[in-house]
Structures are given as structure tokens and as C-alpha cells.
Design a binder for this molecule. Structure first.
Ligand code: AMP
Ligand code: ZN
Length: 495
């Protein structure tokens, strides 16, 4: 079986055939670092990450390049507004970008090249395009002549003649074709600039990606990704520049991510209808946001709602509860002879994910498995220890490995919450356990809860029903539910 997915270039679903056996050369358009990125950008970054992770799970070695656009009109504008130089802005938001990526639990790229560190490579491509008559100089600017590239429009499927007649006459009326785009922009007062054969200036946005993709991955790459908004003109222009300069196909496959919308409008900085990733991560665990995104296919639009995000958080808790339960049975050595056929689920998972990285279906397979486990456990059909170990291992490979849902980190966040709730009711609990709550932290909180369970058990034995009830109720109030089992044990779940 092999992975197949929708290729924007051929407009059909195709089987993936790598250039080199078991290696994927993948390039993703990264952020323009002029502000904190919003959760629309995050959707593209998260879905690119899950595709990378899935290739790795299927045994590929992925070379994952995500550029950082650190010279751009928007950066210059922000720098002028704040009265600082544009590298101050670019550095600040590059750092913030990397921090947020880490908080999201997105794997670091193999390399995050910066446009400003690749100026010489950019200049070389432009020189080549000029010498072969594909680019031309106008004053201190250099333009790409789209008429010289017969396949212009092949990615977006745009009707170029229509675009030309619809194009507004641009600033530079001397352009040969209104759709010709800048490869190099002559320096203006107060802008960052580099020396070049055409005088001081800076690169256009499109050429940056061509140069960095080819430098780090070679003339022909396997997969190029980005949000839907980049198909035209950005990716169309990348193809024109790269293929005209190298004479080879640029990228064999193109993957585009659907927009994150809000009130059915694209979330974007310019519309002002956005949440930054930072502000969302202050209120929700990264896992909830990722889980929320995985519930929709990467290519479809997704309308963001906080209710949807809340529901995703509950979904994560359901998975977590089952995992806790399995780990509890393991730690208590609770052995049965029931066995779940994990391979059946894994095969199904691979089947749905191989078909265009269908994460919503992938999650459904996991939930079927969770249902199966819960049915077993609640009907008293305990699993074999080896089976439990294999299940834990399977969940780890899928949830942590493919989906990047770091469930142990989530548990710590939950534990921190539980501790603070215990502290709010310090007196009550200190009276019951006759110990200081201060002695507990997120690492050993389960000890305190198990101790309370013991005290309750003793209370029941000596018929102190009020105390037993009080323990159950107080715990319930802080979100910890006790569940008594047929075998006389009690387990707890946190919400
Ligand atoms: P930018 O920093 O604007 O260049 O965008 C970085 C990445 O985020 C690009 O791949 C964009 O296509 C993508 N992107 C921007 N807005 C959205 C959105 N609302 N939904 C999904 N992806 C987006
Ligand atoms: Zn790009």
C-alpha cells in the first residue's frame, strides 16, 4: 500500500512516488515575521507537521524546510511605525514564531532558512534569468517576464489573458506585461538593502522561496505546501522562476491547506478578525487546538468557533481517561485474558491516512478502539498485560508520534490545575488527610488522591458514612470523580 494525496498541480489524487527511495523533500512556506502568528497560520503549520509526521511513521526520512521571510514590505512598515530598524522587528517575531511552534508541539524544521541569509543565492538565480532573457531590468528593479514562460498558469489553472485584462495598471507602467512581477526591488530611503548587479536593493518575496527550496532540497523537490491563498500568485511564480532557471520540474507534488475562517470569512491580519496563537494557548492546551484541526480534512475550510475548541478539549480528555485507565491496570498488575486486536485498528488507521492524510477518519479509528477498550473494561473483561502494553505503545506511536499530541504534557497541565484547586480548599483537605497540601505538586498529586481514596475506604469500613460521602463530594467539587469497581477498588478521573 502506498500514500496517495491530492496534487494541486495535476488536479487529481496521485500515488506518492519519491525522487529518492524513502526520502521526502518537503518545503513549506513559512511566516512573514512582522507580528505574532494567528491561529489561521497555525492551522497551516499544524497540518504540514502532521503530514510530515505521517510520512515518518510510514518509514520515510523527511527533509522539512520552512523558510522565514524576514525582509518584506510589512516588516518595513511595522519597523517605521515603531521607529526601529526592520531587523529588530524580524528578530523579535522570528523568536516568537519559534517559541509558539514549540508550544504547539510542532516538530522543528530540518532547517528554517531566512531570506536575508540567502541573498547571494537569490542574486544568482536572477542573473541567470536575465542572461536567458526571462527577466529584465527596469531602473533599479528586475522583473520576471511571464510571457517567456509558456507554462505560466499551470498550477493555479488561471486564465492568464483574463488576468491581464483585469489587472490594474501598476506603479511601473513600463512593465512588459501587467502580470510581470518583481524579482529585485531597488532600494528606497529607510529600507534594508544589499548590493547587487542592479544597485542596492532587496529581493521580491517569490524569489526567496525558489532560492531557498532549491538550495536546501535541490532543483526538483518532492512536495511543496502552503495555504490556499498562496497558489496564485506566489506558488505560480515560484514555479515560473525555478523551472525557467533550472530547466527542471520544480516540485512534483503541491499540497494546499484550506483556510481557517471566522464567521465564514478568512481569518487574516488585514481583516482584523483573528486570534493570535499565543492568546489561544493561554486559555487552551495546544493539544485541544491540534485535535480540533485534525477533525477537519486539511484541504477543507474550517470555520473557527470556541465551542468547537471546547469540544475538542473534551475529546482529548476522553482519550486521556482511557489511557489513564490502561496505565492504572498495568501499575496494579490487573490482568485478565481478554485481548484486543490492535493490528486490525492499525491497518484501518493506515488505510484512511494513506488516502490523502484523512485525519478526521484517523481519529474515528482511534475512537472506535477506545470504545472497544471501554466496553471491555466496564464489563469486567480485563485485558492481558501484554495487550495493555501493546495498546499503550500503539497510542504512543499514533497520538504522540503522528498527531503530536503530547498527552503526558497535557496531564501535567491538568495536574497543575488539580493542585491549585486542592489549594483553594486547603483547610478541608488538610483536615481529612492530616497532612500539609504544600507537600504535593503535579508529579505526586496522584499520591494525595490515592491517599484520600484509602481514607474513604477506611471510613466506610468503620461505618463513618458521613466522612466517606464528604470525601467523594469534596473531590467531585474540584473535578475529581471517584468510581467504585466491582472488585472493591476505586479509580479516579479528573476533568
Ligand atoms: P503569512 O505569514 O501570511 O505569509 O502566512 C503563513 C502561512 O499561513 C501561509 O502558508 C499562509 O497560506 C497560511 N495562512 C494564512 N492565513 C491563513 C488562514 N486563515 N487559514 C489557513 N492558513 C492561513
Ligand atoms: Zn513561499
Amino acid at each position: 500500500m502506498s500514500i496517495k494525496f491530492y496534487n494541486t498541480l495535476t488536479k487529481k489524487k496521485e500515488e506518492f512516488k519519491p525522487i529518492n527511495d524513502k526520502t521526502v523533500k518537503m518545503y513549506v512556506c513559512g511566516p512573514t515575521v512582522y507580528d505574532y502568528f494567528h491561529i489561521g497560520n497555525a492551522r497551516s503549520f499544524i497540518m504540514a507537521d502532521v503530514i510530515r509526521r505521517y510520512f515518518e511513521y510510514r518509514g520515510y526520512d523527511v527533509k522539512f524546510i520552512m523558510n522565514i521571510t524576514d525582509v518584506d514590505d510589512k516588516i518595513i512598515k511595522k519597523a517605521n511605525e515603531e521607529g526601529v530598524s526592520s531587523d529588530v522587528i524580524a528578530e523579535k517575531y522570528t523568536k516568537a514564531f519559534l517559541e509558539d511552534i514549540e508550544k504547539l508541539g510542532i516538530k522543528r524544521a530540518t532547517i528554517n532558512p531566512k531570506a536575508t541569509e540567502n541573498i547571494q543565492e537569490i542574486i544568482k538565480i536572477i542573473e541567470k534569468l536575465i542572461s536567458s532573457g526571462i527577466a529584465y531590468q527596469l531602473g533599479n528593479d528586475v522583473y520576471y517576464s511571464i510571457d517567456k514562460f509558456s507554462q505560466y498558469g499551470k498550477l493555479s489553472g488561471k486564465n492568464i489573458d483574463e488576468l491581464i485584462s483585469g489587472a490594474r495598471v501598476e506603479v511601473d507602467e513600463n512593465k512588459r506585461n501587467p502580470l510581470d512581477f518583481a524579482l529585485w526591488k531597488g532600494a528606497k530611503e529607510g529600507e534594508p538593502s544589499w548590493d547587487s548587479p542592479w544597485g542596492k536593493g532587496r529581493p521580491g518575496w517569490h524569489i526567496e522561496c525558489s532560492a531557498m527550496a532549491m538550495k536546501y532540497l535541490g532543483d526538483t523537490i518532492d512536495i511543496h505546501c502552503g495555504g490556499n491563498d498562496l497558489i496564485f500568485p506566489h506558488h505560480e511564480n515560484e514555479i515560473a522562476q525555478s523551472e525557467a532557471s533550472s530547466g527542471k520540474p520544480f516540485s512534483n507534488y503541491w499540497i494546499h491547506f484550506g483556510f481557517l475562517n471566522i464567521d465564514n470569512e478568512k481569518m487574516s491580519k488585514s481583516l482584523g478578525n483573528f486570534f493570535t496563537t499565543r492568546e489561544i494557548l493561554d486559555k487552551y492546551p495546544a493539544n485541544a487546538l491540534k485535535f480540533y484541526y485534525y477533525q477537519t480534512h486539511y484541504a477543507s475550510p474550517l470555520n473557527f468557533t470556541k465551542d468547537g475548541l471546547e469540544a475538542a478539549k473534551n475529546g482529548i480528555e476522553r482519550i486521556n481517561n482511557t489511557l489513564q485507565e490502561l496505565k492504572y491496570n498495568l501499575s496494579e498488575g490487573k490482568e485478565g485474558n481478554y485481548e484486543i486486536n490492535i493490528k486490525e485498528y492499525e491497518d484501518k488507521f493506515v488505510e484512511v491516512m494513506d488516502d490523502d492524510f484523512n485525519t478526521p477518519k484517523g481519529l474515528s479509528v482511534l475512537f472506535e478502539l477506545i470504545k472497544d477498550i471501554n466496553v471491555c473494561v466496564s464489563s469486567g473483561n480485563l485485558l492481558k498485560i501484554e495487550n495493555i502494553n501493546n495498546l499503550i505503545n500503539f497510542f504512543d506511536r499514533i497520538l504522540n508520534g503522528v498527531f503530536g499530541l503530547n498527552l503526558s504534557a497535557y496531564k501535567n497541565e491538568l495536574s497543575d490545575k488539580i493542585i491549585s484547586r486542592f489549594k483553594e480548599k486547603r483547610e478541608t483537605f488538610e483536615n481529612i488527610v492530616e497532612q500539609k497540601i504544600e507537600n504535593y505538586d503535579s508529579e505526586n498529586i496522584s499520591k494525595l488522591i490515592n491517599h484520600l481514596i484509602e481514607v474513604r475506604k477506611e471510613a466506610k469500613k468503620s461505618k463513618k458514612w458521613n466522612l466517606a460521602d464528604q470525601i467523594r463530594n469534596e473531590l467531585k467539587e474540584i473535578g475529581i470523580l471517584l468510581e467504585d469497581r466491582k472488585d472493591g477498588s476505586t479509580i479516579w478521573k479528573a476533568e
